[in-house]
Design a protein around this ligand. Sequence first.
Ligand SMILES: Cc1cc2nc3c(=O)[nH]c(=O)nc-3n(C[C@H](O)[C@H](O)[C@H](O)COP(=O)(O)OP(=O)(O)OC[C@H]3O[C@@H](n4cnc5c(N)ncnc54)[C@H](O)[C@@H]3O)c2cc1C
Length: 311
Amino acid sequence: MIEGKRARGVAYYHGNHLEQVRARREVLVAAGAFGSPQLLMLSGIGATHELQKFGIPVVKDLWGVGKNLQDHIDYVQTWRVPSHTDTIGVSLRGSAKLANAMLQWRGKRSGLITSSIATAGAFMRSSPEVAIPDLQLVFVIAIVDNHARTMHLGHGISCHVDVLRPYSRGVVTLNSPDPRIAPSIDPKFLADERDLHLLVKGGQMQQRIIESKPFDSIRGKMLYPASLDDPEGMARDIRNRADTQYHPVGTCKMGPDSDPLAVVDAQLRVKGIAGLRVVDASIMPTLIGGNTNAPTIMIAEKAAELIRSGQ
Ligand SMILES: Cc1cc2nc3c(=O)[nH]c(=O)nc-3n(C[C@H](O)[C@H](O)[C@H](O)COP(=O)(O)OP(=O)(O)OC[C@H]3O[C@@H](n4cnc5c(N)ncnc54)[C@H](O)[C@@H]3O)c2cc1C
């Protein structure tokens, strides 16, 4: 709810009833990298032509709302392993092991089911010339296919590789002026070829690790064979299967007035609207080279400090 150029409160659905709550001091939007730009656009803050498509009256023309979407693209390679290994899988032996593991957990609070499943990780530089890691690996003691939505019989190990600082930029746009309809999300993964080249390098590196000697006794066939000696084949596999590691940021970018993409200032205040801040991962100007949860908590802590000190 915006009156003039000041946020005065929030309207929300409680069941089918539209309710209102008025803010004494200010409104904080913390709906995440997809929800926050959607809420701003529904409130008339965004690129004029985008809002006009849905008949939303423009309160503030802010071109960057929903733009600059960045996410960690993730490529998983999986190898089958025998069922006697300490992995989580669908098999007779695996079920018996899991039943024992449950007993062990109940008695001793230890064992296989206390595993995080993603048991190892690494940050790597794709070449010696790169100053800081540009690839991340996450190693998993299970078959991971299509975000684990596609189930497979048997056991496996998987390795994820992510491009830590992607060049590709995506976009969040409205599908409807109704807040109950999800926005459209287009990460435009691999729009910039540099991300593809780096991901192929990462795929080759993770394959070299799993094909090293210590894995010889357990490593079986690859679920989706992609040879490290065939970068074009691997690039095709990446285009077919690579997807998000769930770290979207950037759609309400923090930046100076001179930046046409900037949505909030250094105090997280929405430009041109009083009493309105965005406090979540969407304000990150660029994706950090690691997981996004802790930095988002840091953004919230910083915002709490700013608000308490009246800034
Ligand atoms: C499956 C998954 C695994 C992840 N694993 C890790 C990990 O291992 N390590 C790590 O560091 N990060 C991880 N992340 C990323 C991390 O969770 C996010 O970076 C972080 O939660 C971002 O915080 P946020 O406050 O910006 O958004 P969110 O945590 O998404 O919070 C936004 C909230 O707003 C609500 N909302 C949205 N729209 C509206 C609306 N219109 N009205 C009311 N409420 C609304 C949503 O329901 C949600 O509760 C993972 C994310 C996912 C999805």
